[in-house]
Design a protein. Structure first.
Length: 372
């Protein structure tokens, strides 16, 4: 039986990490190992990446360059502009904690037509994990940046980390974002990965109730796009129209999702592995754009990346054993690695349980209860 894992030779986006530093935040659930250090990406790294990205973007007008971190705005406007200058025909986006956003940054975002994503976890009492480097609550500094975006009519999406998926909080959580007027809300259940190894045990039943309650809140007020509900609905629609099957899942290639670190190192498939090393796999990189072109690294990914073959075995094991594989596609590399003692061929993870399986079951429960 052929492997469930194939890697596309052309990505739909690249993730650029212009700095490792995260100012002024020090979130307790953060997985990044160097967030208190200011390593800046040299312009030469961005130029090397752009040499491959620009031809891809010429064939794909939706191609996206995602500036991620750390806190990308900690790079500074002048240096970030210099990094962006080499890219042509791409859509730029930035994921930020918004704490540094002022009028000058708003001008920058408008000038460069950047899509903005803000990281905030809901109402103030749900943001206890988001603290500053000085140990103070980070909610108000993020809200100050959000107010600047709203004042300048800059649209923005939001990503929220939910450490405790409590169904009793779901409606208030959703309404907070609806009132903020975000375009899209993405909900990430806290993951055990990187330097964050203290997550609570997975409670699938409780998580199912949370997702069902969140879908209920969205149905009552569908003012914003709820990313996770959309994923389930799109999957269900594809199945109903015969566009999704196990054979289709096997043949669908994985987006390589290249993540380019500040030093030019390229990690594929799993941005969360950037910055870590392993005695078997080394630094998880496929190569460095300062030595080899990005298109070569993506095309030769499996030959150049020692851990991918073990990860493939894990994906195949998921396909064989898990009835949810058609929706999930297999646990992600970082979740496998950090939850299974450094192995890539384990199967179910906490993240699978609470953020994929429970999501599908919760939204399905919501649909059954509202089928009329």
């Amino acid at each position: 039986m052929p492997s469930a894992l194939r890697i596309a030779t052309r990505p739909r986006s690249v993730i650029m990490q212009p700095t490792t530093q995260c100012l002024p935040m020090d979130c307790t659930y953060c997985y990044l190992p160097f967030r208190k250090m200011k390593h800046l990406m040299p312009v030469a790294v961005a130029e090397a990446a752009a040499a491959s990205v620009n031809p891809w973007a010429a064939d794909d007008p939706a191609f996206e360059v995602v500036w991620h971190g750390g806190e990308p705005l900690a790079t500074g406007r002048e240096h970030l502009a210099a990094l962006m200058a080499s890219f042509e025909g791409v859509k730029h986006s930035v994921q930020t904690n918004a704490a540094l956003i002022d009028d000058a940054w708003c001008e920058f975002l408008l000038e460069h037509d950047m899509h903005v994503g803000v990281s905030i976890d809901g109402p103030e009492d749900m943001n206890t994990h988001r603290i500053t480097l000085a140990g103070h609550p980070g909610f108000r500094v993020t809200m100050r940046g959000i107010e600047r975006l709203r004042h300048r009519d800059i649209p923005y999406s939001a990503i929220a980390v939910v450490s405790d998926p409590d169904p009793a909080d779901a409606a208030r959580f959703y309404e907070f974002f609806a009132e903020l007027g975000v375009t899209t809300l993405g909900v990430n259940v806290e993951e055990e990965e990187g330097v964050n190894l203290g997550t609570r045990p997975a409670d699938q039943a409780r998580a199912v109730e949370f997702w069902a309650a969140l879908a209920d809140a969205w149905r009552a007020n569908p003012a914003i796009r709820l990313r996770e509900v959309s994923r389930v609905m799109n999957f269900a629609g594809a199945v109903l129209h015969g566009q999704h099957s196990d054979s289709a899942q096997r043949s669908a290639p994985w987006d390589p999702l290249p993540t380019i670190a500040h030093d030019g190192g390229v990690v594929l498939l799993s941005p969360e592995l950037a910055g870590f090393t392993d005695e078997r796999f080394g630094d998880f990189t496929t190569g460095n754009v300062l030595r080899d072109s990005l298109d070569v690294l993506v095309t030769e990914a499996e030959q150049r990346t020692p851990w991918i073959s073990e990860f493939r075995d894990g994906v195949d094991a998921c396909r064989t054993a898990c009835p949810y594989f058609a929706f999930c596609g297999g646990a992600h590399p970082a979740n496998r690695y950090f939850e299974h003692g450094g192995r890539m061929d384990g199967t179910r993870t906490k993240y699978c349980t609470t953020a994929k399986i429970a999501l599908l079951e919760g939204v399905a429960r919501h649909a059954r209860e509202h089928r009329h």
